[in-house]
Design a protein. Structure first.
Length: 130
């Protein structure tokens, strides 16, 4: 199985998960409760070591820890760095899709700790100390 790219639009009570292949084919979209078990089940469909991106908004810490423990390579996108203003449609599904596409196309540059909040994306590891 090829590596999958996953965009997550995470909110306090729900999350939208968008999976795509390396060539941009949509592999699945799901809306889940923002709970660890539901997130694990949704990400498990992405296979081993998926590339995952989500906005670093309120409550992302637990999700990043769960994803890292599952072997996912987690990237955080700064909410202000995503140019959502030029879109005609703004909803959770489009946000998750655009995050996955941005990661797949290399728009998420690896940075140090996401707590620095610089650049459009940062790499997160549960073992990072910052």
């Amino acid at each position: 199985m090829d590596r999958q790219y996953v965009g997550i639009d995470l909110h306090r009570r729900s999350a939208t998960v968008h999976r795509m292949s390396a060539d941009g084919e949509v592999l699945g979209v799901s809306r889940i409760a923002a709970q660890p078990l539901e997130l694990m089940e949704a990400i498990d469909k992405a296979g081993p070591e998926p590339e995952v991106v989500m906005e670093s908004t309120y409550g992302w810490y637990w999700a990043a820890d769960v994803l890292s423990e599952m072997g996912a390579r987690v990237h955080l996108a700064h909410a202000l760095g995503n140019n959502w203003g030029n879109r005609r449609v703004k909803n959770d599904q489009r946000d998750a899709q655009d995050l996955a596409a941005m990661l797949r196309l290399g728009g998420c540059r690896r940075r140090g700790s996401p707590r620095r909040r610089c650049g459009s994306c940062a790499n997160w590891s549960a073992t990072d100390s910052a």
